[in-house]
Design a protein around this ligand. Structure first.
Ligand code: THU
Length: 134
């Protein structure tokens, strides 16, 4: 956790928030993450007139992860346009776990925490396959 440049990540998230499409909530969000090979991937929230179809900033981040070469994320943050860390919503905690695995560190209002503190006892591939992925 000590090696993560959280200021760089919060700045990247704040920059991503500038691209938000959020005419309904008027609440721009950006998300950014370091990948295990040192890339920064980011995303912004994209809303829809059918409100429930809204894509959180973390959805764009996960798409950017795969589009830019895949792998895992090791640290992530979602912020408002000023760079203030936000708590990720419940759905996004599940998305972040899949993208980063159980060692992922997620920044938030209370500081950086392990994803499993934010999403205790999650549904995982082991539940899906009952421990057998064949
Ligand atoms: N939002 C995110 O982008 N990520 C989160 O983790 C929490 C919520 C967005 C969705 C919506 O466009 C706006 O914040 C207000 O809920």
């Amino acid at each position: 956790m000590e090696n993560i440049d959280w200021d760089a990540l919060r700045s990247a998230a704040a920059e991503a928030a500038q691209h938000s499409y959020s005419p309904y909530s008027k609440f721009p969000v950006g998300a950014a993450a370091f990948t295990e090979d040192g890339r920064i991937v980011s995303g912004c929230n994209v809303e829809n007139v059918s409100y429930g179809l809204t894509l959180c900033a973390e959805c764009g981040l996960v798409s950017a992860l795969h589009l830019s070469g895949g792998g895992k994320i090791v640290a992530s943050v979602a912020t408002d346009p000023s760079g203030k860390p936000l708590a990720p919503c419940g759905r996004c905690r599940q998305l972040l776990l899949e993208a980063g695995g159980p060692d992922l560190i997620v920044d938030g209002p209370g500081g950086p925490r392990n994803i499993l503190e934010l999403l205790a006892d999650p549904f995982t591939q082991e539940d899906l396959y009952d421990g057998n992925s064949e």
